[in-house]
Design a protein around this ligand. Sequence first.
Ligand code: F1P
Length: 368
Amino acid sequence: MNGSEYPPGYHTRNEILSQPACWEQCFRLMKEQLAGIRKQVQSQADWLFVGCGSSYYIAQSAAASWTALTRLRAKAAPASEVLLFPDLILSGSETYQPVLVSRSGHTSEVLRAAEYLELRRNIRTLAISCANHQPLEAISSSTLYLLPADEKSTVMTRSFTSMLLGLQSLAAFMAGDEDFLSALARLPGMADRALESMKPLIEEFVKAHEFADYVFLAQGPFLGVASESHLKIKEMSCSYAQVFHTLEFRHGPKAIVGPETLVTFLLSETGYGAERDVLSEIKGLGATTLVITNQADAVVRQNADLLIELNLDVPEVARLAPYTLAGQILGLCTGLKKGHNPDWPRNLSRAVVLSDDRENGSFQHASV
Ligand code: F1P
């Protein structure tokens, strides 16, 4: 279905704006599943979050959240690394609890990583998906389902934030952190208000500017969200985008900065002062800046060409999903301005399904 009966971006726009209501539905679904899942996973193991594309960026954000909430070790890996360099990923004698993240449950690399972990390494895996009756659920030992978060659009938006919030709920549930769970429950109302205020600001900003390239900067748990934001602008508008740790940007990549570069800062609370110093420096080099922060001081206000101040009364790690919203809207508006249809991005499919040539162990991209 090419969706031509709908205006460009119709599905993506609706799916972005539906996130507060979708999160509420998913929190209810998580409540029904958490107790059962807790019995099936190894709570004290090292948690390994695995995915591809946006789902890998969920894995990055979920791993950071896991450690922040449970104090247990956790890491993220693209499915391809589990397949090609398993000994780098599954190093040492640690016991692992892998989590396979896949909106569709059809992504070949994720399926093969699940098979490898379950059958070759005899490790029980947990999957999280927005679809059922798909091959991943048949391979993994248990599956968390968030069906309302699936999209019609190729581009992941509400599935990204909902699966991330689902995994954060699981972490808080296992850590017995009731305060964090109630903070998450307050997010839909806050996100509604945040979307209402940021959407017109971003629309106006995109209308008023032309950019040659995009940079997204973040530290700590926000890096996965910066990675996802950079992918949204790439997928929806076919623009050049890069992502770095904020302070890493000084060490060479800042050479590209000019007025036609939009540098987006996702400011954390923990690293605020150091990140704000990079903002001042990069603004001084002539970049155009978009700042997403929970609260802004005078220096940030002075150096932000567009400021998205969220004022969320929740712990820092609970802000990851709301921090994703601005990049989604930026990608949508930029794609529409450039004449693209974000619902069906160039070169992309909803899932990468490969013809599996096991003879020589390689994968060719099948026509999907
Ligand atoms: C993963 C994914 C998406 C990407 C594109 C292709 O899909 O890489 O992140 O945006 O749609 O598929 P999934 O494994 O989460 O279904």
